[in-house]
Design a binder for this molecule. Sequence first.
Ligand code: SF4
Length: 228
Amino acid sequence: MAVRQLPLEQPFKGAAERERALEQVRRTAARCRACPLWEIGTQTVFGVGPATARLVLIGEAPGYQEDQQGMPFVGPAGKLLDEALAEAGLSRPGVYITNIVKHRPWVPGGAHGKNRPPRQSEITACRPWLAQELAIVRPRIIGCLGALAAREILGKGFRLTEQRGQWFEAEAAPHVLATIHPSYVLIQPHESHDRLRAHLFSDLRRIAERYRQVAAEEAASGVLSAEC
Ligand code: SF4
């Protein structure tokens, strides 16, 4: 089942109310015990960014640095994402960034353990947090980073290798594009690294272009959103 924006019983009246609602969900998620990942994680890594962001980027799960710092995309993958955002002309503080799973999935090994992909049961258990984030932020555009995030938003039939970089309409947002997860680019051998990095960067440029179109439409209709 794809994640969608939850219907609201009462629409939020303004930005401050949405920020308060998001903070309330963040505090509740900090105590989540809905799957076993909380036992091996340092903390819940909730999304960051404005509650009025037009653009939400959704990754997979926190890694070591994110687990330590309690913020999404602050490790090496985050640095690559920052580069791609900057190159596309998007400001990270104007984007809401989150993951489909809020605790770090990992197995013992090396100095800090090894990241592993989240299991379907963990993704399902964590889904209500993402659904609530989307219900409050109500993004116009979602960028999915990696196949797992894309399947959460666009459905199980989504194939990243064939459908990367294309626009879709989903229940979660009217404009959805999926691209390669930055951490996948970082683990590529030399032969494929540059090609996949170029895909990631060009997809972020496509998102930025759509962002500017949507912003122009909103400006014309007087809608309130965070500037990016
Ligand atoms: S990963 Fe998600 S569902 Fe599992 S304990 Fe953490 S916040 Fe809860």
